[in-house]
Design a protein around this ligand. Structure first.
Ligand code: DX5
Ligand code: ZN
Length: 216
């Protein structure tokens, strides 16, 4: 099981150092939440911040786009340093083309959906993705509580994967903590995003290591 700390819960005044601490503490990926104040009611960061963090980041950057018409910025996010680029199915009318473009540019492609969106809508795109992200909170904010009924989607994805409908990792995002993490893994998740559960408490490598060991 991989852990992808979400820097949404990190100290934004020292993002480079925060990435360094979680990396030293054993994080597998860095999860970057991009919000445009339109697709979700919150604003975070964009390509320039990713670009400046990239040289400091020694592990894969997993970029979760919560923006309208993400196709406008695919090239720029990949040039800035995204290793995985994940799009919301609700945010674009040109999903297939966008996923193909992501792969064509040498980046791993991901697809995700809001809690209210049916997992069946993802099925036609499975062969085009390296990652399916299941949201276990409404996208927009860290620190919300885990929607356990969303794990049914993980079970369905896992069975589709066993039926060879695609070759993708399953990632879970939202409300992951030491109580909910075991249920995620049991359902079939490979990657757990965690914001608050990793960045809570003291800003030290040692504390982040402890927080992640509690997840594992
Ligand atoms: C929510 C974001 C999440 C969020 C998770 O829209 O996609 O990545 O940062 O934070 P926690 O783990 O605190 O729920
Ligand atoms: Zn996210």
């Amino acid at each position: 099981m991989k852990i992808a700390p979400s820097i949404l819960s990190a100290d934004f005044s020292e993002l480079g150092a925060e990435i360094d601490r979680v990396t030293q503490a054993g994080a597998d990926w860095i999860h970057v939440d991009v919000m445009d104040g339109n697709f979700v009611p919150n604003l975070t960061l964009g390509m320039p911040v990713i670009k400046s963090l990239k040289p400091k980041c020694k592990i894969p950057m997993d970029v979760h786009l919560m923006i309208e018409k993400p196709e406008r910025y695919i090239e720029e996010f990949i040039a800035a340093g995204a290793d995985y680029l994940t799009l919301h199915i609700e945010s674009t009318s040109v999903l297939e083309k966008s996923l193909l473009r992501i792969r064509e540019l040498g980046c791993k492609s991901g697809i995700t959906l809001r809690p209210k969106t049916s997992i069946e809508l993802i099925k036609p795109f499975l062969h085009l993705v390296d990652l399916v992200l299941v949201m276990t909170v409404e996208p927009g904010f860290g620190g919300q509580s885990f929607m356990s009924e969303q794990l049914d989607k993980v079970r369905v994805l896992n069975s589709w994967r066993q039926q060879k409908l695609g070759n993708f990792l399953i990632e879970i995002d939202g409300g992951v903590n030491s109580q909910t993490a075991p249920t995620c893994v049991e359902a079939g998740a490979d990657v757990l995003v965690a914001g608050n559960a990793v960045f809570k408490g003291e800003k030290t490598e040692q504390n982040y290591k402890l927080n992640m060991s509690q997840l594992r």
